[in-house]
Write a protein that binds this ligand. Sequence first.
Ligand code: SF4
Ligand code: SF4
Ligand code: SF4
Length: 452
Amino acid sequence: MPGNGVEMSPVKAREQDGPQAGPGPARWSPQSFHVMVKPRGPICNLDCEYCYYLSKETLFPGSGFRMTEEVLENYVRSYIEAQHGPEVTFAWQGGEPTLMGLEFFETVIRLQRKHHRSDVRIVNTLQTNGTKLDDDWGRFFKEHGFLIGLSLDGPRDLHDRYRVTKGGGPSFDDVMHGLRLLQRHGVEHNILCCVHEGNAGAPLEVYRFLRDEAGALHLQFIPIVIRDNDTGFQEGSGVVPPSVGSRQYGEFLVAIFDDWVRQDVGRVFVQIFDEALAAWAGSGPSLCVFQETCGLGLAMEHSGDLYCCDHFVEPRHELGNINGTELADLVASEKQWRFGMAKRDTLTRYCRECDVRFICNGGCPKNRFETTPDGEPGLDYLCEGHHAFFRHIDGPMQIMADLWRSRRSPALIMEIQTREDVELPSRLAEISRNARCPCGSGKKFKHCHGRE
Ligand code: SF4
Ligand code: SF4
Ligand code: SF4
Protein backbone atom coordinates (compact mmCIF):
# COMPACT_ATOMS: atom_id res chain seq x y z
CA MET A 1 0.00 0.00 0.00
CA PRO A 2 1.48 3.34 -0.94
CA GLY A 3 1.12 6.25 1.39
CA ASN A 4 -2.31 7.68 1.71
CA GLY A 5 -2.15 11.06 3.30
CA VAL A 6 -3.35 10.19 6.73
CA GLU A 7 -0.66 7.56 7.12
CA MET A 8 2.34 9.78 6.50
CA SER A 9 4.36 7.28 8.46
CA PRO A 10 3.08 3.75 8.29
CA VAL A 11 3.27 3.14 11.97
CA LYS A 12 3.37 6.34 13.93
CA ALA A 13 2.87 9.90 12.92
CA ARG A 14 6.04 11.72 13.73
CA GLU A 15 5.86 14.66 11.43
CA GLN A 16 6.87 18.07 12.71
CA ASP A 17 4.85 21.19 12.11
CA GLY A 18 4.78 22.38 8.53
CA PRO A 19 6.27 25.62 7.15
CA GLN A 20 5.44 28.66 9.20
CA ALA A 21 4.05 31.96 8.06
CA GLY A 22 6.77 34.45 7.26
CA PRO A 23 7.94 36.92 4.70
CA GLY A 24 8.97 34.25 2.21
CA PRO A 25 10.86 31.07 1.48
CA ALA A 26 14.07 32.48 2.94
CA ARG A 27 12.66 31.42 6.30
CA TRP A 28 11.96 27.91 5.08
CA SER A 29 14.68 25.66 6.39
CA PRO A 30 13.08 22.50 7.74
CA GLN A 31 14.77 20.96 10.75
CA SER A 32 13.33 17.59 9.96
CA PHE A 33 11.13 16.13 7.28
CA HIS A 34 9.82 12.80 6.17
CA VAL A 35 10.29 10.96 2.87
CA MET A 36 8.36 7.96 1.63
CA VAL A 37 10.85 5.98 -0.40
CA LYS A 38 9.80 3.61 -3.16
CA PRO A 39 12.76 1.35 -3.93
CA ARG A 40 10.67 -0.79 -6.31
CA GLY A 41 8.67 2.16 -7.65
CA PRO A 42 5.01 1.39 -8.24
CA ILE A 43 5.63 -2.31 -8.85
CA CYS A 44 3.40 -4.58 -6.80
CA ASN A 45 2.25 -8.20 -6.79
CA LEU A 46 -1.33 -7.15 -5.99
CA ASP A 47 -3.79 -5.21 -8.10
CA CYS A 48 -6.04 -3.46 -5.59
CA GLU A 49 -8.86 -1.77 -7.44
CA TYR A 50 -8.43 1.52 -5.60
CA CYS A 51 -4.62 1.69 -5.84
CA TYR A 52 -3.55 5.17 -6.91
CA TYR A 53 0.09 4.26 -7.34
CA LEU A 54 0.24 1.48 -9.94
CA SER A 55 -0.46 4.03 -12.67
CA LYS A 56 2.83 5.83 -11.87
CA GLU A 57 4.58 3.17 -13.95
CA THR A 58 3.95 5.35 -17.00
CA LEU A 59 6.16 8.11 -15.55
CA PHE A 60 9.27 5.94 -15.95
CA PRO A 61 9.19 4.34 -19.40
CA GLY A 62 11.86 1.67 -19.86
CA SER A 63 12.76 1.57 -16.17
CA GLY A 64 13.58 -1.68 -14.38
CA PHE A 65 12.08 -0.18 -11.20
CA ARG A 66 14.88 -1.18 -8.85
CA MET A 67 16.76 1.34 -6.77
CA THR A 68 20.49 0.94 -7.31
CA GLU A 69 22.95 0.83 -4.43
CA GLU A 70 24.40 4.12 -5.64
CA VAL A 71 21.04 5.92 -5.34
CA LEU A 72 20.35 4.18 -2.04
CA GLU A 73 23.65 5.24 -0.49
CA ASN A 74 23.24 8.78 -1.73
CA TYR A 75 19.82 8.90 -0.15
CA VAL A 76 20.82 7.31 3.18
CA ARG A 77 23.75 9.68 3.58
CA SER A 78 21.90 12.85 2.58
CA TYR A 79 18.76 12.01 4.54
CA ILE A 80 20.70 11.45 7.78
CA GLU A 81 22.74 14.60 7.18
CA ALA A 82 19.62 16.71 6.57
CA GLN A 83 17.79 15.76 9.78
CA HIS A 84 18.27 17.89 12.89
CA GLY A 85 15.95 16.08 15.28
CA PRO A 86 16.95 13.31 17.68
CA GLU A 87 15.41 10.61 15.50
CA VAL A 88 15.75 9.80 11.80
CA THR A 89 12.85 7.75 10.47
CA PHE A 90 13.26 5.93 7.17
CA ALA A 91 9.92 5.04 5.54
CA TRP A 92 9.97 2.29 2.90
CA GLN A 93 6.93 2.08 0.70
CA GLY A 94 5.73 1.14 -2.74
CA GLY A 95 4.26 -0.38 -4.69
CA GLU A 96 5.37 -3.30 -2.60
CA PRO A 97 8.81 -2.70 -1.04
CA THR A 98 9.39 -6.34 -0.03
CA LEU A 99 9.65 -7.15 -3.76
CA MET A 100 13.19 -5.74 -3.50
CA GLY A 101 14.13 -8.83 -1.49
CA LEU A 102 15.73 -9.08 1.92
CA GLU A 103 19.22 -8.40 0.55
CA PHE A 104 18.23 -4.85 -0.34
CA PHE A 105 17.19 -4.12 3.23
CA GLU A 106 20.34 -5.75 4.59
CA THR A 107 22.19 -3.22 2.43
CA VAL A 108 19.99 -0.48 3.89
CA ILE A 109 21.09 -1.45 7.42
CA ARG A 110 24.74 -1.61 6.36
CA LEU A 111 24.58 1.86 4.78
CA GLN A 112 22.70 3.34 7.72
CA ARG A 113 25.48 2.08 10.01
CA LYS A 114 28.11 3.49 7.67
CA HIS A 115 26.55 6.98 7.66
CA HIS A 116 25.16 6.94 11.18
CA ARG A 117 25.58 10.01 13.40
CA SER A 118 26.04 9.36 17.10
CA ASP A 119 23.50 12.05 18.06
CA VAL A 120 20.54 10.45 16.29
CA ARG A 121 18.51 7.29 16.61
CA ILE A 122 17.65 5.60 13.32
CA VAL A 123 14.24 3.98 12.91
CA ASN A 124 12.91 2.07 9.92
CA THR A 125 9.24 1.80 9.01
CA LEU A 126 7.89 -0.25 6.13
CA GLN A 127 4.41 -0.39 4.64
CA THR A 128 3.53 -3.73 3.09
CA ASN A 129 0.60 -5.74 1.80
CA GLY A 130 2.06 -8.60 3.85
CA THR A 131 1.69 -11.29 1.22
CA LYS A 132 5.42 -11.94 0.71
CA LEU A 133 6.48 -12.20 4.33
CA ASP A 134 8.16 -15.31 5.70
CA ASP A 135 10.20 -16.21 8.78
CA ASP A 136 13.35 -14.63 7.35
CA TRP A 137 11.53 -11.32 7.03
CA GLY A 138 10.07 -11.71 10.52
CA ARG A 139 13.50 -12.34 12.08
CA PHE A 140 15.01 -9.45 10.15
CA PHE A 141 12.30 -6.97 11.14
CA LYS A 142 12.54 -8.00 14.77
CA GLU A 143 16.31 -7.87 14.89
CA HIS A 144 16.45 -4.39 13.37
CA GLY A 145 13.41 -2.93 15.13
CA PHE A 146 11.35 -2.22 12.01
CA LEU A 147 7.85 -0.81 12.56
CA ILE A 148 5.57 -2.46 10.04
CA GLY A 149 2.34 -1.13 8.59
CA LEU A 150 0.17 -3.87 7.16
CA SER A 151 -2.83 -3.28 4.90
CA LEU A 152 -6.00 -5.15 5.86
CA ASP A 153 -9.50 -3.93 5.02
CA GLY A 154 -11.51 -6.03 7.47
CA PRO A 155 -12.84 -9.59 7.50
CA ARG A 156 -12.37 -11.84 4.48
CA ASP A 157 -15.34 -10.80 2.35
CA LEU A 158 -14.75 -7.08 2.88
CA HIS A 159 -10.98 -7.31 2.45
CA ASP A 160 -11.18 -9.37 -0.73
CA ARG A 161 -13.69 -7.00 -2.33
CA TYR A 162 -10.93 -4.82 -3.76
CA ARG A 163 -7.56 -6.07 -2.46
CA VAL A 164 -6.95 -8.65 -5.14
CA THR A 165 -4.06 -10.34 -6.94
CA LYS A 166 -3.04 -9.60 -10.51
CA GLY A 167 -5.42 -12.32 -11.60
CA GLY A 168 -8.26 -10.87 -9.55
CA GLY A 169 -8.00 -13.53 -6.84
CA PRO A 170 -8.36 -13.01 -3.10
CA SER A 171 -5.43 -11.93 -0.92
CA PHE A 172 -6.94 -12.29 2.57
CA ASP A 173 -5.28 -15.60 3.51
CA ASP A 174 -1.83 -14.42 2.46
CA VAL A 175 -2.22 -11.14 4.36
CA MET A 176 -3.39 -12.92 7.51
CA HIS A 177 -0.43 -15.28 7.19
CA GLY A 178 1.84 -12.23 7.04
CA LEU A 179 0.13 -10.67 10.07
CA ARG A 180 0.45 -13.83 12.17
CA LEU A 181 4.09 -14.08 11.21
CA LEU A 182 4.75 -10.53 12.43
CA GLN A 183 2.95 -11.30 15.66
CA ARG A 184 4.82 -14.57 16.14
CA HIS A 185 8.15 -12.78 15.78
CA GLY A 186 7.07 -9.96 18.07
CA VAL A 187 7.45 -7.30 15.34
CA GLU A 188 5.83 -3.97 16.17
CA HIS A 189 3.05 -3.35 13.66
CA ASN A 190 -0.14 -1.53 12.95
CA ILE A 191 -3.01 -2.04 10.57
CA LEU A 192 -3.87 0.32 7.78
CA CYS A 193 -7.50 -0.18 6.80
CA CYS A 194 -8.78 1.56 3.70
CA VAL A 195 -12.36 2.76 3.95
CA HIS A 196 -14.25 2.45 0.69
CA GLU A 197 -17.77 1.84 -0.51
CA GLY A 198 -17.28 -1.90 0.09
CA ASN A 199 -16.63 -1.79 3.84
CA ALA A 200 -17.84 1.66 4.94
CA GLY A 201 -21.32 0.30 5.67
CA ALA A 202 -19.95 -2.19 8.20
CA PRO A 203 -17.91 -0.11 10.67
CA LEU A 204 -18.35 -2.30 13.73
CA GLU A 205 -17.78 -5.49 11.80
CA VAL A 206 -14.51 -4.04 10.50
CA TYR A 207 -13.41 -2.59 13.84
CA ARG A 208 -14.20 -5.62 15.94
CA PHE A 209 -12.57 -7.94 13.43
CA LEU A 210 -9.35 -5.91 13.44
CA ARG A 211 -9.39 -5.64 17.23
CA ASP A 212 -10.57 -9.09 18.26
CA GLU A 213 -9.60 -11.46 15.48
CA ALA A 214 -6.63 -9.77 13.88
CA GLY A 215 -5.46 -8.74 17.37
CA ALA A 216 -4.36 -5.30 16.17
CA LEU A 217 -4.10 -2.54 18.75
CA HIS A 218 -2.90 0.26 16.45
CA LEU A 219 -5.28 1.15 13.64
CA GLN A 220 -5.45 3.71 10.86
CA PHE A 221 -8.57 4.24 8.79
CA ILE A 222 -7.78 5.73 5.39
CA PRO A 223 -10.61 7.18 3.28
CA ILE A 224 -10.42 6.11 -0.36
CA VAL A 225 -11.08 9.07 -2.64
CA ILE A 226 -10.37 8.47 -6.33
CA ARG A 227 -10.84 11.40 -8.65
CA ASP A 228 -12.51 10.97 -11.97
CA ASN A 229 -9.78 11.26 -14.63
CA ASP A 230 -7.63 9.16 -16.94
CA THR A 231 -4.26 10.47 -15.77
CA GLY A 232 -4.06 9.21 -12.20
CA PHE A 233 -3.05 12.76 -11.21
CA GLN A 234 -4.85 15.07 -8.81
CA GLU A 235 -7.22 16.60 -11.32
CA GLY A 236 -10.82 16.36 -12.40
CA SER A 237 -13.97 16.87 -10.39
CA GLY A 238 -16.08 14.13 -8.97
CA VAL A 239 -15.06 10.70 -7.74
CA VAL A 240 -15.32 7.18 -9.06
CA PRO A 241 -15.98 3.86 -7.31
CA PRO A 242 -14.94 2.46 -4.96
CA SER A 243 -14.50 5.88 -3.31
CA VAL A 244 -16.13 6.25 0.07
CA GLY A 245 -18.95 8.78 0.33
CA SER A 246 -18.16 11.79 2.51
CA ARG A 247 -21.12 11.34 4.83
CA GLN A 248 -20.58 7.59 4.79
CA TYR A 249 -17.00 8.08 5.98
CA GLY A 250 -18.17 10.31 8.82
CA GLU A 251 -20.77 7.75 9.89
CA PHE A 252 -18.14 5.01 9.75
CA LEU A 253 -15.88 6.94 12.14
CA VAL A 254 -18.76 7.88 14.44
CA ALA A 255 -19.84 4.27 14.85
CA ILE A 256 -16.32 3.10 15.68
CA PHE A 257 -15.71 6.02 18.01
CA ASP A 258 -18.88 5.26 19.96
CA ASP A 259 -17.70 1.68 20.46
CA TRP A 260 -14.13 2.70 21.28
CA VAL A 261 -15.03 5.40 23.77
CA ARG A 262 -17.01 2.92 25.86
CA GLN A 263 -14.45 0.13 26.12
CA ASP A 264 -11.15 0.63 24.32
CA VAL A 265 -9.65 3.98 25.33
CA GLY A 266 -6.02 3.43 26.32
CA ARG A 267 -6.09 -0.10 24.91
CA VAL A 268 -6.73 0.33 21.18
CA PHE A 269 -5.06 3.24 19.39
CA VAL A 270 -6.94 4.67 16.44
CA GLN A 271 -4.88 7.30 14.70
CA ILE A 272 -7.62 9.83 13.95
CA PHE A 273 -8.89 9.63 17.56
CA ASP A 274 -5.36 10.31 18.84
CA GLU A 275 -5.07 13.22 16.45
CA ALA A 276 -8.37 14.62 17.68
CA LEU A 277 -7.39 14.31 21.34
CA ALA A 278 -4.13 16.14 20.66
CA ALA A 279 -6.07 18.94 18.98
CA TRP A 280 -8.70 19.17 21.74
CA ALA A 281 -5.92 19.17 24.35
CA GLY A 282 -4.37 22.15 22.61
CA SER A 283 -1.17 20.60 21.33
CA GLY A 284 -2.39 20.43 17.73
CA PRO A 285 -2.61 17.51 15.34
CA SER A 286 0.63 15.92 14.14
CA LEU A 287 -0.57 14.64 10.77
CA CYS A 288 -0.09 16.84 7.74
CA VAL A 289 -3.70 16.30 6.69
CA PHE A 290 -4.95 18.08 9.81
CA GLN A 291 -2.21 20.66 10.14
CA GLU A 292 -2.50 24.23 8.93
CA THR A 293 0.34 23.83 6.44
CA CYS A 294 2.12 20.81 4.98
CA GLY A 295 5.19 20.20 2.84
CA LEU A 296 7.28 18.08 5.18
CA GLY A 297 6.12 14.72 3.88
CA LEU A 298 7.76 14.05 0.51
CA ALA A 299 8.07 11.02 -1.76
CA MET A 300 11.11 9.65 -3.56
CA GLU A 301 11.03 7.22 -6.44
CA HIS A 302 13.50 4.41 -7.13
CA SER A 303 15.41 6.70 -9.51
CA GLY A 304 16.09 9.34 -6.87
CA ASP A 305 13.41 11.68 -8.25
CA LEU A 306 11.89 13.64 -5.39
CA TYR A 307 8.26 14.83 -5.32
CA CYS A 308 6.35 17.26 -3.09
CA CYS A 309 4.16 14.52 -1.59
CA ASP A 310 3.25 10.89 -2.11
CA HIS A 311 -0.11 12.03 -3.48
CA PHE A 312 1.48 14.39 -5.97
CA VAL A 313 3.93 12.13 -7.77
CA GLU A 314 3.39 13.88 -11.07
CA PRO A 315 5.71 15.91 -13.30
CA ARG A 316 4.56 19.35 -12.17
CA HIS A 317 5.35 18.45 -8.56
CA GLU A 318 8.79 16.99 -9.15
CA LEU A 319 11.50 18.82 -7.20
CA GLY A 320 14.54 17.26 -8.86
CA ASN A 321 16.80 14.27 -8.43
CA ILE A 322 18.96 13.62 -5.38
CA ASN A 323 21.83 12.49 -7.58
CA GLY A 324 22.21 16.00 -8.95
CA THR A 325 21.25 18.13 -5.95
CA GLU A 326 21.52 17.63 -2.22
CA LEU A 327 18.30 16.31 -0.70
CA ALA A 328 18.21 19.11 1.87
CA ASP A 329 18.41 21.74 -0.89
CA LEU A 330 15.51 20.18 -2.78
CA VAL A 331 13.36 20.12 0.35
CA ALA A 332 14.30 23.71 1.20
CA SER A 333 13.36 24.90 -2.29
CA GLU A 334 10.87 27.66 -2.90
CA LYS A 335 8.72 25.22 -4.86
CA GLN A 336 8.32 22.96 -1.84
CA TRP A 337 7.74 25.91 0.47
CA ARG A 338 4.95 27.14 -1.79
CA PHE A 339 3.45 23.68 -1.92
CA GLY A 340 3.28 23.51 1.88
CA MET A 341 1.98 27.03 2.38
CA ALA A 342 -0.73 26.61 -0.26
CA LYS A 343 -2.59 24.33 2.12
CA ARG A 344 -3.24 27.30 4.39
CA ASP A 345 -3.32 30.06 1.79
CA THR A 346 -6.00 28.43 -0.36
CA LEU A 347 -8.32 27.65 2.54
CA THR A 348 -11.88 28.70 1.74
CA ARG A 349 -13.67 31.29 3.81
CA TYR A 350 -16.17 28.59 4.73
CA CYS A 351 -13.29 26.65 6.35
CA ARG A 352 -11.77 29.71 7.98
CA GLU A 353 -15.06 30.28 9.78
CA CYS A 354 -15.69 26.63 10.60
CA ASP A 355 -16.10 25.58 14.23
CA VAL A 356 -13.86 22.51 13.81
CA ARG A 357 -11.11 24.19 11.84
CA PHE A 358 -8.71 23.76 14.78
CA ILE A 359 -8.65 20.02 14.09
CA CYS A 360 -9.62 19.83 10.40
CA ASN A 361 -7.79 22.76 8.77
CA GLY A 362 -9.60 22.07 5.54
CA GLY A 363 -8.26 18.52 5.07
CA CYS A 364 -5.76 17.37 2.48
CA PRO A 365 -5.36 19.56 -0.63
CA LYS A 366 -5.66 16.47 -2.84
CA ASN A 367 -9.32 16.23 -1.84
CA ARG A 368 -10.18 19.91 -2.23
CA PHE A 369 -12.22 19.74 -5.39
CA GLU A 370 -15.67 20.55 -4.03
CA THR A 371 -17.42 23.90 -3.80
CA THR A 372 -18.58 25.58 -0.60
CA PRO A 373 -22.30 26.35 -0.11
CA ASP A 374 -21.58 29.96 -1.11
CA GLY A 375 -19.86 28.91 -4.34
CA GLU A 376 -16.15 29.13 -3.49
CA PRO A 377 -14.10 26.32 -5.02
CA GLY A 378 -11.56 24.34 -3.00
CA LEU A 379 -13.63 22.62 -0.32
CA ASP A 380 -12.54 19.19 0.91
CA TYR A 381 -14.61 16.38 -0.59
CA LEU A 382 -14.64 14.83 2.91
CA CYS A 383 -15.93 18.02 4.57
CA GLU A 384 -19.39 16.73 5.42
CA GLY A 385 -18.04 13.53 6.97
CA HIS A 386 -15.21 15.19 8.85
CA HIS A 387 -17.47 17.92 10.18
CA ALA A 388 -20.12 15.49 11.39
CA PHE A 389 -17.48 13.30 13.03
CA PHE A 390 -15.63 16.13 14.76
CA ARG A 391 -18.89 17.63 16.02
CA HIS A 392 -20.02 14.25 17.29
CA ILE A 393 -16.89 13.64 19.37
CA ASP A 394 -16.74 17.16 20.81
CA GLY A 395 -18.32 16.25 24.17
CA PRO A 396 -16.17 13.19 24.97
CA MET A 397 -13.06 14.88 23.58
CA GLN A 398 -13.54 17.87 25.88
CA ILE A 399 -13.80 15.52 28.83
CA MET A 400 -10.75 13.51 27.79
CA ALA A 401 -8.73 16.66 27.21
CA ASP A 402 -9.71 17.96 30.68
CA LEU A 403 -8.69 14.65 32.22
CA TRP A 404 -5.38 14.79 30.44
CA ARG A 405 -4.72 18.39 31.50
CA SER A 406 -5.41 17.48 35.12
CA ARG A 407 -2.93 14.59 34.78
CA ARG A 408 -5.62 11.95 34.98
CA SER A 409 -6.08 9.18 32.47
CA PRO A 410 -8.33 10.01 29.49
CA ALA A 411 -9.44 6.38 29.79
CA LEU A 412 -11.71 7.50 32.67
CA ILE A 413 -14.05 8.68 29.91
CA MET A 414 -15.24 5.08 29.65
CA GLU A 415 -16.77 5.18 33.16
CA ILE A 416 -18.31 8.59 32.51
CA GLN A 417 -19.75 7.46 29.21
CA THR A 418 -21.21 4.30 30.71
CA ARG A 419 -22.84 6.32 33.51
CA GLU A 420 -24.28 8.74 30.98
CA ASP A 421 -25.66 5.89 28.91
CA VAL A 422 -27.58 4.72 31.98
CA GLU A 423 -28.79 8.19 32.97
CA LEU A 424 -29.50 9.64 29.54
CA PRO A 425 -32.97 8.10 28.99
CA SER A 426 -34.39 9.62 32.19
CA ARG A 427 -32.83 13.01 31.42
CA LEU A 428 -34.24 12.92 27.90
CA ALA A 429 -37.71 12.26 29.31
CA GLU A 430 -37.59 15.48 31.36
CA ILE A 431 -36.04 17.92 28.90
CA SER A 432 -37.96 20.66 27.09
CA ARG A 433 -37.80 20.63 23.30
CA ASN A 434 -35.89 23.93 23.02
CA ALA A 435 -33.27 23.14 25.66
CA ARG A 436 -29.79 21.88 24.77
CA CYS A 437 -29.77 18.14 24.27
CA PRO A 438 -28.23 16.40 27.31
CA CYS A 439 -26.24 14.06 25.07
CA GLY A 440 -23.60 16.78 24.71
CA SER A 441 -24.04 17.39 20.99
CA GLY A 442 -24.56 21.12 21.52
CA LYS A 443 -27.75 21.00 19.46
CA LYS A 444 -31.25 21.77 20.66
CA PHE A 445 -33.05 18.71 21.98
CA LYS A 446 -35.67 18.94 19.21
CA HIS A 447 -32.91 18.78 16.57
CA CYS A 448 -31.07 15.91 18.25
CA HIS A 449 -32.41 13.09 20.45
CA GLY A 450 -35.82 14.77 20.53
CA ARG A 451 -36.14 14.81 16.75
CA GLU A 452 -39.50 13.44 15.65
S1 SF4 B 1 -0.86 -3.57 -2.18
FE1 SF4 B 1 -2.55 -2.75 -3.38
S2 SF4 B 1 -2.69 -0.58 -2.77
FE2 SF4 B 1 -0.66 -1.34 -2.14
S3 SF4 B 1 0.70 -0.85 -3.85
FE3 SF4 B 1 -0.03 -2.91 -4.17
S4 SF4 B 1 -1.82 -2.69 -5.52
FE4 SF4 B 1 -1.37 -0.69 -4.61
S1 SF4 C 1 -0.96 17.20 0.13
FE1 SF4 C 1 -0.19 17.94 2.10
S2 SF4 C 1 -1.77 17.33 3.57
FE2 SF4 C 1 -2.09 16.10 1.75
S3 SF4 C 1 -0.96 14.20 2.09
FE3 SF4 C 1 0.39 15.61 0.95
S4 SF4 C 1 1.59 16.64 2.51
FE4 SF4 C 1 -0.19 15.72 3.56
S1 SF4 D 1 -15.05 20.50 8.42
FE1 SF4 D 1 -15.34 21.27 6.35
S2 SF4 D 1 -15.62 23.48 6.59
FE2 SF4 D 1 -14.71 22.70 8.49
S3 SF4 D 1 -12.51 22.99 8.20
FE3 SF4 D 1 -13.02 20.92 7.58
S4 SF4 D 1 -13.35 21.03 5.37
FE4 SF4 D 1 -13.44 23.11 6.17
